[in-house]
Write a protein of this length. Structure first.
Length: 408
Protein backbone atom coordinates (compact mmCIF):
# COMPACT_ATOMS: atom_id res chain seq x y z
CA UNK A 1 0.00 0.00 0.00
CA UNK A 2 1.69 3.19 -1.22
CA UNK A 3 0.71 6.62 0.06
CA UNK A 4 -2.47 7.24 1.96
CA UNK A 5 -4.91 4.33 2.17
CA UNK A 6 -8.05 4.58 0.08
CA UNK A 7 -11.34 4.39 1.94
CA UNK A 8 -14.70 2.88 1.05
CA UNK A 9 -17.75 3.73 3.17
CA UNK A 10 -20.64 1.34 2.52
CA UNK A 11 -23.87 3.17 3.27
CA UNK A 12 -24.56 6.89 2.85
CA UNK A 13 -26.99 7.49 5.70
CA UNK A 14 -26.49 9.63 8.79
CA UNK A 15 -23.34 7.82 9.90
CA UNK A 16 -21.98 6.83 6.51
CA UNK A 17 -21.96 10.27 4.90
CA UNK A 18 -20.41 11.83 7.99
CA UNK A 19 -17.62 9.23 8.19
CA UNK A 20 -16.93 9.72 4.47
CA UNK A 21 -16.84 13.46 5.12
CA UNK A 22 -14.15 13.03 7.79
CA UNK A 23 -11.77 11.01 5.62
CA UNK A 24 -12.24 13.02 2.42
CA UNK A 25 -11.66 16.28 4.31
CA UNK A 26 -8.37 14.90 5.62
CA UNK A 27 -7.07 14.14 2.15
CA UNK A 28 -8.04 10.46 1.83
CA UNK A 29 -9.53 9.30 -1.45
CA UNK A 30 -12.95 8.20 -0.21
CA UNK A 31 -15.68 6.28 -1.98
CA UNK A 32 -19.16 6.61 -0.45
CA UNK A 33 -21.64 4.02 -1.69
CA UNK A 34 -25.37 3.48 -1.58
CA UNK A 35 -27.80 1.34 -3.56
CA UNK A 36 -29.85 4.38 -4.56
CA UNK A 37 -28.76 7.56 -6.33
CA UNK A 38 -31.25 9.64 -4.33
CA UNK A 39 -29.53 8.49 -1.13
CA UNK A 40 -26.18 9.64 -2.51
CA UNK A 41 -27.68 13.00 -3.48
CA UNK A 42 -29.16 13.41 0.01
CA UNK A 43 -25.84 12.43 1.57
CA UNK A 44 -24.00 15.16 -0.34
CA UNK A 45 -26.58 17.70 0.85
CA UNK A 46 -25.98 16.57 4.43
CA UNK A 47 -22.22 16.91 3.97
CA UNK A 48 -22.65 20.43 2.56
CA UNK A 49 -24.76 21.38 5.59
CA UNK A 50 -22.13 19.92 7.92
CA UNK A 51 -19.35 21.89 6.22
CA UNK A 52 -21.40 25.07 6.55
CA UNK A 53 -21.71 24.41 10.29
CA UNK A 54 -17.97 23.84 10.63
CA UNK A 55 -17.27 27.07 8.77
CA UNK A 56 -19.65 28.97 11.03
CA UNK A 57 -17.84 27.52 14.03
CA UNK A 58 -14.47 28.62 12.66
CA UNK A 59 -13.02 25.11 12.32
CA UNK A 60 -13.23 24.76 8.54
CA UNK A 61 -12.49 27.05 5.62
CA UNK A 62 -12.68 27.03 1.83
CA UNK A 63 -9.51 24.93 1.59
CA UNK A 64 -11.11 22.31 3.85
CA UNK A 65 -14.18 22.20 1.61
CA UNK A 66 -12.09 21.98 -1.55
CA UNK A 67 -10.07 19.07 -0.15
CA UNK A 68 -13.28 17.28 0.80
CA UNK A 69 -14.86 17.75 -2.62
CA UNK A 70 -11.68 16.66 -4.39
CA UNK A 71 -11.44 13.39 -2.47
CA UNK A 72 -15.10 12.37 -2.07
CA UNK A 73 -16.42 10.00 -4.74
CA UNK A 74 -20.09 8.93 -4.43
CA UNK A 75 -20.71 5.59 -6.17
CA UNK A 76 -23.64 3.24 -6.58
CA UNK A 77 -23.29 0.03 -4.57
CA UNK A 78 -23.32 -2.07 -7.73
CA UNK A 79 -19.98 -0.45 -8.63
CA UNK A 80 -18.20 -1.67 -5.49
CA UNK A 81 -16.73 -4.74 -7.26
CA UNK A 82 -15.15 -2.39 -9.81
CA UNK A 83 -13.28 -0.34 -7.20
CA UNK A 84 -12.77 -2.93 -4.43
CA UNK A 85 -9.23 -3.90 -5.43
CA UNK A 86 -7.92 -0.36 -4.94
CA UNK A 87 -9.50 0.09 -1.50
CA UNK A 88 -7.44 -0.38 1.67
CA UNK A 89 -10.07 0.11 4.39
CA UNK A 90 -13.84 -0.40 4.29
CA UNK A 91 -16.25 1.09 6.83
CA UNK A 92 -19.63 -0.66 6.73
CA UNK A 93 -22.49 1.52 8.02
CA UNK A 94 -25.63 -0.19 6.73
CA UNK A 95 -28.81 -1.02 8.66
CA UNK A 96 -28.48 -3.38 11.64
CA UNK A 97 -29.93 -6.35 9.79
CA UNK A 98 -27.97 -9.64 10.08
CA UNK A 99 -28.83 -10.94 6.62
CA UNK A 100 -28.05 -7.62 4.92
CA UNK A 101 -24.70 -7.40 6.71
CA UNK A 102 -23.82 -11.00 5.89
CA UNK A 103 -24.47 -10.34 2.20
CA UNK A 104 -22.37 -7.17 2.24
CA UNK A 105 -19.42 -8.87 3.93
CA UNK A 106 -19.62 -11.81 1.56
CA UNK A 107 -19.41 -9.42 -1.38
CA UNK A 108 -16.56 -7.45 0.20
CA UNK A 109 -14.60 -10.59 1.07
CA UNK A 110 -14.96 -11.82 -2.50
CA UNK A 111 -13.91 -8.56 -4.15
CA UNK A 112 -11.50 -6.74 -1.81
CA UNK A 113 -7.82 -7.58 -1.44
CA UNK A 114 -6.88 -10.01 1.32
CA UNK A 115 -5.13 -7.23 3.27
CA UNK A 116 -8.08 -4.80 3.09
CA UNK A 117 -9.44 -4.01 6.56
CA UNK A 118 -13.18 -4.60 6.92
CA UNK A 119 -14.59 -2.42 9.72
CA UNK A 120 -18.18 -2.37 10.94
CA UNK A 121 -19.80 0.68 12.48
CA UNK A 122 -22.32 -1.53 14.27
CA UNK A 123 -23.43 -0.24 17.66
CA UNK A 124 -23.89 -3.70 19.13
CA UNK A 125 -24.09 -6.58 16.64
CA UNK A 126 -21.56 -9.41 16.91
CA UNK A 127 -20.29 -9.23 13.35
CA UNK A 128 -17.48 -11.64 14.18
CA UNK A 129 -19.86 -14.53 14.78
CA UNK A 130 -22.06 -13.33 11.93
CA UNK A 131 -19.21 -13.37 9.42
CA UNK A 132 -17.73 -16.78 10.31
CA UNK A 133 -17.66 -18.76 7.08
CA UNK A 134 -18.48 -15.65 5.07
CA UNK A 135 -15.31 -13.54 5.38
CA UNK A 136 -11.90 -14.91 4.45
CA UNK A 137 -8.92 -13.68 6.46
CA UNK A 138 -10.92 -12.94 9.61
CA UNK A 139 -7.86 -11.29 11.13
CA UNK A 140 -8.71 -8.14 9.12
CA UNK A 141 -12.31 -7.90 10.45
CA UNK A 142 -12.82 -5.29 13.19
CA UNK A 143 -15.48 -3.01 14.67
CA UNK A 144 -14.99 0.77 14.51
CA UNK A 145 -18.01 2.29 16.22
CA UNK A 146 -18.35 6.03 15.62
CA UNK A 147 -20.68 8.40 17.45
CA UNK A 148 -23.27 10.72 15.97
CA UNK A 149 -22.36 12.97 14.25
CA UNK A 150 -18.96 11.49 13.29
CA UNK A 151 -17.67 14.76 11.82
CA UNK A 152 -18.00 16.34 15.29
CA UNK A 153 -17.59 13.48 17.77
CA UNK A 154 -13.98 12.44 18.37
CA UNK A 155 -14.41 9.06 20.05
CA UNK A 156 -14.39 5.83 18.03
CA UNK A 157 -14.73 2.50 19.87
CA UNK A 158 -12.46 -0.09 18.26
CA UNK A 159 -13.45 -3.69 19.10
CA UNK A 160 -11.31 -6.77 18.47
CA UNK A 161 -12.86 -10.04 17.43
CA UNK A 162 -11.47 -13.43 18.46
CA UNK A 163 -9.38 -13.60 15.27
CA UNK A 164 -8.64 -9.88 14.74
CA UNK A 165 -4.88 -9.39 14.50
CA UNK A 166 -2.91 -6.88 16.53
CA UNK A 167 -1.64 -5.48 13.23
CA UNK A 168 -5.22 -4.70 12.17
CA UNK A 169 -5.86 -2.91 15.47
CA UNK A 170 -2.65 -0.91 15.10
CA UNK A 171 -3.49 0.09 11.52
CA UNK A 172 -7.00 1.15 12.53
CA UNK A 173 -5.74 3.17 15.50
CA UNK A 174 -3.17 4.96 13.35
CA UNK A 175 -5.78 5.70 10.67
CA UNK A 176 -8.31 7.09 13.13
CA UNK A 177 -5.73 9.21 14.91
CA UNK A 178 -4.61 10.64 11.56
CA UNK A 179 -8.08 12.17 11.12
CA UNK A 180 -8.22 13.62 14.62
CA UNK A 181 -10.22 10.84 16.27
CA UNK A 182 -9.73 9.35 19.73
CA UNK A 183 -9.86 5.55 19.45
CA UNK A 184 -10.49 3.41 22.52
CA UNK A 185 -9.79 -0.30 22.13
CA UNK A 186 -11.96 -3.05 23.60
CA UNK A 187 -9.96 -6.27 23.52
CA UNK A 188 -12.98 -8.54 23.16
CA UNK A 189 -16.54 -8.23 21.93
CA UNK A 190 -19.08 -7.52 24.66
CA UNK A 191 -22.60 -6.22 23.91
CA UNK A 192 -22.81 -2.43 24.03
CA UNK A 193 -19.02 -2.02 24.00
CA UNK A 194 -17.94 0.67 26.50
CA UNK A 195 -20.16 3.72 26.03
CA UNK A 196 -23.54 2.09 25.46
CA UNK A 197 -22.99 -0.28 28.39
CA UNK A 198 -22.41 2.70 30.66
CA UNK A 199 -25.33 4.65 29.16
CA UNK A 200 -27.60 1.66 29.79
CA UNK A 201 -26.47 1.41 33.40
CA UNK A 202 -27.13 5.10 34.05
CA UNK A 203 -30.48 5.24 32.29
CA UNK A 204 -31.69 1.98 33.79
CA UNK A 205 -31.24 3.52 37.23
CA UNK A 206 -32.72 6.90 36.29
CA UNK A 207 -35.74 5.27 34.60
CA UNK A 208 -36.20 3.15 37.73
CA UNK A 209 -36.05 6.18 40.05
CA UNK A 210 -38.55 8.07 37.86
CA UNK A 211 -40.84 5.04 37.67
CA UNK A 212 -40.75 4.69 41.45
CA UNK A 213 -41.84 8.31 41.81
CA UNK A 214 -38.68 9.25 43.66
CA UNK A 215 -37.74 12.03 41.22
CA UNK A 216 -39.11 13.77 38.12
CA UNK A 217 -37.47 13.23 34.75
CA UNK A 218 -36.28 16.85 34.58
CA UNK A 219 -34.78 16.79 38.07
CA UNK A 220 -33.00 13.52 37.29
CA UNK A 221 -31.63 15.10 34.09
CA UNK A 222 -30.48 18.21 35.94
CA UNK A 223 -28.82 16.18 38.68
CA UNK A 224 -26.52 14.55 36.12
CA UNK A 225 -26.05 17.61 33.90
CA UNK A 226 -24.96 19.92 36.70
CA UNK A 227 -22.57 17.48 38.37
CA UNK A 228 -21.17 14.79 36.07
CA UNK A 229 -21.93 16.97 33.05
CA UNK A 230 -19.60 19.64 34.37
CA UNK A 231 -16.82 17.25 35.34
CA UNK A 232 -16.73 14.47 32.80
CA UNK A 233 -15.14 16.67 30.13
CA UNK A 234 -11.92 16.79 32.14
CA UNK A 235 -12.39 14.06 34.76
CA UNK A 236 -14.05 10.73 33.97
CA UNK A 237 -15.87 8.56 36.52
CA UNK A 238 -12.76 6.62 37.53
CA UNK A 239 -10.75 9.79 38.15
CA UNK A 240 -13.72 11.32 40.00
CA UNK A 241 -13.84 8.46 42.51
CA UNK A 242 -10.07 8.67 42.89
CA UNK A 243 -10.38 12.39 43.63
CA UNK A 244 -13.15 11.92 46.18
CA UNK A 245 -11.25 9.00 47.71
CA UNK A 246 -12.09 5.33 47.37
CA UNK A 247 -12.67 4.89 51.09
CA UNK A 248 -15.47 7.45 50.88
CA UNK A 249 -17.00 6.26 47.63
CA UNK A 250 -16.90 2.61 48.67
CA UNK A 251 -18.49 3.45 52.00
CA UNK A 252 -21.35 5.27 50.23
CA UNK A 253 -21.82 2.33 47.88
CA UNK A 254 -22.09 -0.11 50.77
CA UNK A 255 -24.37 2.09 52.88
CA UNK A 256 -27.54 1.00 51.14
CA UNK A 257 -26.82 2.11 47.55
CA UNK A 258 -25.78 -1.22 46.06
CA UNK A 259 -28.66 -3.14 47.59
CA UNK A 260 -31.28 -0.66 46.39
CA UNK A 261 -30.06 -0.26 42.80
CA UNK A 262 -32.26 -1.49 39.99
CA UNK A 263 -31.07 -4.90 38.85
CA UNK A 264 -33.57 -5.63 36.07
CA UNK A 265 -31.91 -7.64 33.32
CA UNK A 266 -34.82 -8.34 30.99
CA UNK A 267 -36.47 -4.97 30.35
CA UNK A 268 -36.67 -1.28 31.26
CA UNK A 269 -40.33 -0.76 32.25
CA UNK A 270 -40.41 3.02 31.84
CA UNK A 271 -38.68 2.79 28.48
CA UNK A 272 -41.18 0.21 27.27
CA UNK A 273 -44.05 2.40 28.46
CA UNK A 274 -42.74 5.47 26.63
CA UNK A 275 -42.26 3.55 23.38
CA UNK A 276 -45.78 2.09 23.62
CA UNK A 277 -47.13 5.64 23.98
CA UNK A 278 -45.24 6.83 20.91
CA UNK A 279 -42.85 8.93 23.00
CA UNK A 280 -39.77 7.65 21.25
CA UNK A 281 -37.47 10.64 21.67
CA UNK A 282 -36.49 13.90 20.02
CA UNK A 283 -37.87 13.01 16.57
CA UNK A 284 -41.27 12.33 18.16
CA UNK A 285 -41.12 15.53 20.18
CA UNK A 286 -41.08 13.65 23.47
CA UNK A 287 -39.29 10.84 25.25
CA UNK A 288 -38.54 10.97 28.95
CA UNK A 289 -38.39 14.76 28.32
CA UNK A 290 -40.26 17.08 25.94
CA UNK A 291 -38.74 18.81 22.91
CA UNK A 292 -39.69 21.61 20.56
CA UNK A 293 -38.52 22.12 16.97
CA UNK A 294 -36.39 19.12 15.96
CA UNK A 295 -34.06 20.95 13.54
CA UNK A 296 -33.50 23.77 16.01
CA UNK A 297 -32.67 21.28 18.75
CA UNK A 298 -30.26 19.35 16.49
CA UNK A 299 -28.51 22.56 15.40
CA UNK A 300 -28.15 23.73 18.99
CA UNK A 301 -26.82 20.31 19.99
CA UNK A 302 -24.19 20.31 17.24
CA UNK A 303 -23.07 23.81 18.18
CA UNK A 304 -22.65 22.77 21.80
CA UNK A 305 -20.73 19.64 20.83
CA UNK A 306 -18.27 21.86 18.94
CA UNK A 307 -17.95 24.30 21.83
CA UNK A 308 -17.38 21.54 24.39
CA UNK A 309 -14.84 19.85 22.12
CA UNK A 310 -12.85 23.07 21.87
CA UNK A 311 -12.82 23.41 25.65
CA UNK A 312 -11.82 19.78 26.24
CA UNK A 313 -9.04 19.99 23.65
CA UNK A 314 -7.70 23.10 25.36
CA UNK A 315 -7.69 21.25 28.69
CA UNK A 316 -5.92 18.30 27.06
CA UNK A 317 -3.20 20.64 25.83
CA UNK A 318 -2.79 22.07 29.32
CA UNK A 319 -2.50 18.58 30.79
CA UNK A 320 0.41 17.54 28.56
CA UNK A 321 2.37 20.79 28.30
CA UNK A 322 4.91 21.18 31.11
CA UNK A 323 5.44 24.89 30.47
CA UNK A 324 2.32 27.07 30.90
CA UNK A 325 4.15 29.94 29.28
CA UNK A 326 4.23 27.87 26.11
CA UNK A 327 0.50 28.47 25.68
CA UNK A 328 0.99 32.22 25.60
CA UNK A 329 3.05 31.85 22.43
CA UNK A 330 0.26 30.21 20.45
CA UNK A 331 -0.96 32.48 17.70
CA UNK A 332 2.30 34.40 17.31
CA UNK A 333 3.29 35.11 13.69
CA UNK A 334 4.82 32.13 11.93
CA UNK A 335 8.06 32.52 10.03
CA UNK A 336 7.60 29.63 7.65
CA UNK A 337 4.67 28.19 5.70
CA UNK A 338 5.04 24.78 4.12
CA UNK A 339 2.45 23.10 1.91
CA UNK A 340 2.51 19.32 1.53
CA UNK A 341 -0.11 16.71 0.67
CA UNK A 342 -2.80 19.39 0.67
CA UNK A 343 -2.01 20.31 4.28
CA UNK A 344 -0.77 23.76 5.24
CA UNK A 345 1.55 23.60 8.23
CA UNK A 346 3.03 26.77 9.69
CA UNK A 347 6.28 26.73 11.60
CA UNK A 348 8.52 29.07 13.53
CA UNK A 349 11.31 26.80 12.33
CA UNK A 350 13.46 26.96 9.22
CA UNK A 351 14.11 23.96 7.00
CA UNK A 352 17.55 23.78 8.61
CA UNK A 353 15.88 23.55 12.03
CA UNK A 354 13.83 20.59 10.81
CA UNK A 355 17.00 18.62 10.15
CA UNK A 356 16.33 15.18 8.73
CA UNK A 357 12.54 15.47 8.90
CA UNK A 358 10.84 15.83 5.56
CA UNK A 359 7.93 18.19 5.00
CA UNK A 360 5.56 15.24 4.49
CA UNK A 361 6.70 13.63 7.76
CA UNK A 362 5.92 16.80 9.68
CA UNK A 363 2.63 17.31 7.84
CA UNK A 364 1.64 13.75 8.78
CA UNK A 365 2.52 14.40 12.41
CA UNK A 366 0.46 17.60 12.33
CA UNK A 367 -2.68 15.58 11.57
CA UNK A 368 -2.38 13.57 14.76
CA UNK A 369 -4.86 14.50 17.49
CA UNK A 370 -2.37 14.09 20.31
CA UNK A 371 -0.91 17.32 21.65
CA UNK A 372 2.55 16.59 23.02
CA UNK A 373 4.80 18.74 25.16
CA UNK A 374 5.61 21.69 22.93
CA UNK A 375 3.38 21.00 19.94
CA UNK A 376 -0.03 22.62 19.56
CA UNK A 377 -2.22 21.29 16.80
CA UNK A 378 -5.41 22.32 15.08
CA UNK A 379 -7.50 19.61 13.47
CA UNK A 380 -8.90 19.27 9.95
CA UNK A 381 -5.49 19.70 8.33
CA UNK A 382 -4.98 23.11 9.95
CA UNK A 383 -1.68 24.61 11.10
CA UNK A 384 0.82 22.83 13.29
CA UNK A 385 1.97 25.43 15.80
CA UNK A 386 5.35 25.11 17.45
CA UNK A 387 6.74 27.11 20.32
CA UNK A 388 10.01 28.99 20.06
CA UNK A 389 12.08 26.34 21.82
CA UNK A 390 13.34 24.73 18.63
CA UNK A 391 15.54 22.09 20.27
CA UNK A 392 12.65 20.81 22.38
CA UNK A 393 10.41 20.81 19.32
CA UNK A 394 12.93 18.78 17.34
CA UNK A 395 13.10 16.21 20.14
CA UNK A 396 9.34 15.85 20.06
CA UNK A 397 9.31 15.45 16.29
CA UNK A 398 11.94 12.74 16.65
CA UNK A 399 9.91 10.91 19.28
CA UNK A 400 6.66 11.21 17.28
CA UNK A 401 8.34 10.04 14.09
CA UNK A 402 9.89 7.03 15.84
CA UNK A 403 6.52 6.07 17.26
CA UNK A 404 4.78 6.43 13.87
CA UNK A 405 7.54 4.52 12.02
CA UNK A 406 8.57 1.69 14.39
CA UNK A 407 11.59 -0.32 13.43
CA UNK A 408 13.14 2.31 11.16
Amino acid sequence: MAGKPKILVVGAGTMGNSIAHVFAAHGYVTYMSSRHQESLDKAQECIADAVALLKNEGIADDAYEETLQKNLHPVRADRIPDIAQEVDVVFETIVEDPQAKREIYGMLSENCRADCILASNTSGMDVFTLCEGTVENMERLIIAHWFNPPHLMKLVEVVKGPKTSDATVARMRKLLESVGRKPTVLNTFVPGFIVNRMATVINRELYYMIDQGWVTAQDAEDAIKYTHGLRFGFEGPLALWDFVGLKTTMAVAHEGVLETLCNDTDTLPLGEKLVAEGKTGVKAGEGALKYGDIEEYAEKRSHRVVQMTKVIEAWDREDVCDEPACHDQIGTPMQKTIVADGIISQFEMSEEDLGDFSVSDVACISCRPLCTNKVMRRYHGGPLFMCTRKEATKQILEREYARMHPGE
